[in-house]
Design a protein around this ligand. Structure first.
Ligand code: SAH
Length: 499
């Protein structure tokens, strides 16, 4: 637990968070688990016990290197296995997803490949699949929770958003309690994190009344969900109208990209499971050097991976990434993932924080170093092949936190980068133990079980030892697989709990 002077402040904040009670948010999102054994809390530790598992470095297939790569969907002998786990997944009922005919997105991807007379990069494939304006995965549906494809920490427990609120309030105090703050969330999903943050901080009126909320969200469907989750209402504002969250009275604005958010005010930026959705390029070491992995399609066949026969423009990003790596690190890998979009957005974050003051908190699953082969597809809580029925499954990749650090540090000397630390360390230091105890004082037995399981999911490591329900539903701790990194303006000093 934190020993710095910030500890007292954190304890005060975590215990004074507005009650709101357990499950004060949307009643549909707290999924109650089967019963668990008593005295669970005593066994929990918020201290991390191990680092996140390394992403799988797939064995290089010499035969395939210059031609078709193994693992087209439906290949009986597919060698391209998905070996990265995504924590917090429920095991759903069997689900078959056989498209009856090619979807709009599949036809779109095929036509890009056809008209270009050649394959597209994995990054382009990922971007189209996730955010194509007509039929991208995120664009037309709510993909979260038990009935969706995957579950995230804010959806697991209200404590997550509440404690991120503690972090934001501490930063605001360090910033000198400015009267106006741009609170920006990148990729807010259902808006649950922010709703819990605002409910939890409702007692701290000077903080909430300073807020101007800016949501960066590409999906019109999720923008509507966020509008409802934040209890938004439209109000007249002179000749215009503005949207206000009734949770705190703050104005709420939506933007398609961070660049569009007005600058000029001190800023707090939150990004939870946003960077993992950004498109990555994949490179593979071949006898002729590093080659980019591409997605191809020929008449009468399904999508397949191939290696680019010529150097691609994205090799520039690979070379940039490699400059930040040691030769020992590079020698160990046969494949490398690079995310230029993450580099670009990090540069924008650092630039904004450098000029406006404030800080950013990035939480995601990932590695503090080169990511080798982590791209994964999840549909209905199960891993599926990346190329199978594109647009019907979430695609995500490990976040390369070292690349984020370097991208930020290159932009300005006025910012400092902290971490990554594990989610378990972050939430433990922000006071999750005090918060869970406070909530336990005032709840029924069902809610207590939900709190205990939620606590395990957020800060535990591996399978919950107390679980007495069905094996295939054992909660998996996200405590060490998820990492947190902060980027702040140096004039405020290091942020809690990274100091
Ligand atoms: N932070 C939420 C949701 C994570 S999923 C949670 O933890 O529950 C990723 C979110 O980012 C979704 O809201 C998705 O629509 C959004 N998103 C993905 N790519 C984006 C992009 N390029 N620009 C803006 N939003 C994006």
């Amino acid at each position: 637990m934190l020993r710095s002077p910030a500890a007292a402040l954190l304890r005060r904040l975590a215990t004074r968070l507005s009650d709101g009670g357990v499950g004060a948010g949307s009643p549909t999102r707290r999924i109650l688990p089967p019963p668990i054994a008593p005295s669970v809390l005593a066994r929990f530790s918020s201290t991390p016990t191990s680092s996140p598992p390394p992403s799988s470095v797939g064995a290089r297939d010499e035969e395939a290197e210059d031609d078709e790569l193994q693992g087209a969907p439906g290949d009986a002998g597919a060698k391209l296995s998905i070996s990265v786990d995504r924590s917090g997944l429920y095991t759903p009922p069997e689900h078959s997803h056989e498209p009856s005919s090619d979807s709009e997105l599949v036809n779109h991807l095929k036509s890009i490949i056809k008209f270009r007379s050649g394959p597209i990069s994995v990054a382009e494939y990922m971007e189209e699949v996730l955010t194509n304006p007509q039929s991208g995965y995120y664009m037309n549906r709510d993909v979260f929770g038990e009935s969706g494809d995957f579950i995230t920490s804010p959806e697991v427990s209200q404590m997550f958003g509440e404690l991120i609120g503690v972090w934001a309030m501490c930063l605001w105090e360090q910033m000198g309690q400015p009267e106006k703050v741009n609170l920006i969330e990148l990729g807010p999903g259902r808006g649950t994190l922010l709703a819990d943050l605002l409910r939890g901080s409702a007692k701290f009126v000077n903080f909430t009344k300073a807020l101007s909320i800016n949501l960066v969200e590409c999906s019109p469907t999720l923008q509507k969900v966020q509008y409802n989750t934040l209890k938004c209402e439209d109000e007249p504002d002179g000749d215009e109208k503005r949207t206000v969250s009734k949770l705190c009275g703050a104005p709420v604005y939506w933007h398609a990209s961070l660049e569009q958010v007005p600058s000029g005010s001190p800023t707090i930026i939150l990004a939870h499971e946003f960077f993992d959705a950004l498109p990555i390029h994949q490179f593979q070491k071949a006898s002729r050097g590093w080659c980019e992995k591409m997605v191809d399609h020929t008449e009468g066949s399904s999508f397949r991976f191939v290696l680019s026969p010529q150097p691609t423009a994205s090799l520039l990003f690979l070379s940039k990434r490699c400059q930040w790596a040691s030769s020992e690190e590079l020698e160990k890998v046969e494949q490398i993932e690079v995310c230029p979009k993450a580099m670009e957005i990090t540069e924008q974050i650092a630039d904004r924080i450098s000029s406006d003051g404030g800080g950013a908190l990035i939480i995601d699953y990932g590695k503090n170093g080169i990511v080798s082969d982590s791209l994964q597809a999840i549909r209905k809580h199960k891993f599926v092949h990346i190329l199978d029925d594109p647009g019907s499954a979430d695609l995500s990749a490990y976040v390369d936190f070292a690349s984020i650090r370097h991208s930020a540090e290159e932009v300005s000397d006025d910012i400092s980068v902290h971490g990554p630390m594990t989610q378990s360390q972050l939430l433990g230091s922000l006071g999750i133990n005090f918060r869970v105890e406070a909530l336990m004082q005032n709840c029924d037995e069902k809610q207590a079980e939900s709190l205990r399981t939620g606590y395990w999911r957020l800060v535990g490591d591996g399978e919950a030892p107390f679980w007495e329900g069905p094996d295939d539903q054992t909660p998996i701790g996200m405590g060490t697989r998820y990492l947190a990194m902060a980027i702040v303006n140096k004039k405020q000093g290091p942020p809690v709990p990274f100091e």
